[in-house]
Design a protein around this ligand. Structure first.
Ligand SMILES: [Ca+2]
Ligand SMILES: [Ca+2]
Length: 309
């Protein structure tokens, strides 16, 4: 019996070749589509998140970030404050969204933040988003997290002036300022170390816990009835034991701007007028000249300031 040939039909060979060619052609495309889908659903493969995205993304009923509990990369921001305590707390600011959602705290119990300084731009990889006491924070674990210095000498932001009674979530961990306020009450809040600042917009709580210039619970300038041109600091939420409020945390003596006393203003005005009169006398016999500046801080510098004298 002649053995049956095992040679495969020409048609099958052609189909297999076609399949191989199709696989070679479309595999890279299918791979790219897969990566795109993964990057879309998994933030770890996507671009680093901005501070405002983490803070404002699909807020829950209590204002919590939808990234709560996730490990993310964050493109970071400018360091505006460092607090060294049981936890080191680094507060970052992203100038891309200067009016809201621009601040976040990054905390660690390691020494990896020891060389960081205000004005540096720090980015973070593999940090955990956590809601603590009502604040959205990034927790830096030195076993998995990394930080990158991406720039230096950034100007620190001016505090954002808040005139709205809604002194809440969008400004969390941002540097803010309350204008024209008076200390209306003290010994308030969860730990009895809050004071109330009142102005035309309403009443706001403040505290000096992070302020190295305080003596006891309060900065020496904080006394009932004291008026300030403004008070600035970082806005922090406090949620504990059924209490839930926002508090402005002052950072130094510079957080308090005292109105210039009326006597100082009058002295400055008198010096300016005197300088102007002297200037007119000394220039009276000279050719016509451009008008003098209207104010001078020092009468002796008059002829230096005026090119015609
Ligand atoms: Ca909050
Ligand atoms: Ca928040």
């Amino acid at each position: 019996m002649p053995r049956k040939s095992k040679k495969k039909p020409e048609k099958d060979i052609t189909q297999r070749k076609r399949r191989k060619i199709m696989v070679k052609l479309f595999s890279p495309i299918i791979g790219l589509i897969g990566l795109f889908v993964l990057a879309t659903v998994n933030p770890l493969l996507a671009e680093p998140l901005s501070i405002s995205h983490i803070q404002s993304y699909q807020l829950g009923p209590a204002g919590e970030s939808d990234y709560d509990g996730q490990v993310v990369d964050c493109r970071g921001g400018i360091v505006v404050d460092l607090y060294f305590g049981g936890w080191t707390k680094l507060t970052l600011y992203d100038p891309a969204t200067p009016n809201a959602w621009a601040g976040i705290v990054v905390k660690t119990q390691s020494h990896d933040f020891d060389q960081i300084a205000p004005g540096q731009w720090i980015a973070f990889d593999q940090v955990m988003v956590e809601e603590r006491s009502g604040n959205t924070q990034l927790t830096y674990d030195p076993a998995v997290s990394t930080l990158t210095l991406t720039g230096e000498n950034y100007p620190l932001p001016d505090p954002l002036e808040i005139t709205d009674p809604a002194f809440t979530e969008p400004y969390e961990s941002m540097l803010v300022k309350l204008p024209d306020v008076t200390v209306s009450r003290i010994d308030l809040g969860l730990y009895g170390d809050n004071y109330e600042l009142t102005n035309a917009a309403g009443a706001f709580l403040a505290a000096d816990f992070y302020n190295p210039d305080k003596t006891g619970d309060y900065h020496p300038l904080v006394t009932p009835g004291r008026h300030f041109q403004s008070v600035s600091g970082l806005l922090e939420q406090k949620v504990k034991n059924s209490q839930d409020y926002f508090q402005l945390m002052t950072l130094s003596s510079g957080s308090f701007v005292i109105p210039e006393p009326a006597s100082t203003l009058l002295t400055s005005l008198a010096l300016a007028l005197l300088a102007r009169r002297r200037g007119r006398r000394s220039c009276r016999s000279r050719p016509a000249s451009p008008p003098f500046p209207t104010t001078f801080s020092n009468p002796k510098s008059l002829c230096t300031l005026s090119r015609t004298c």
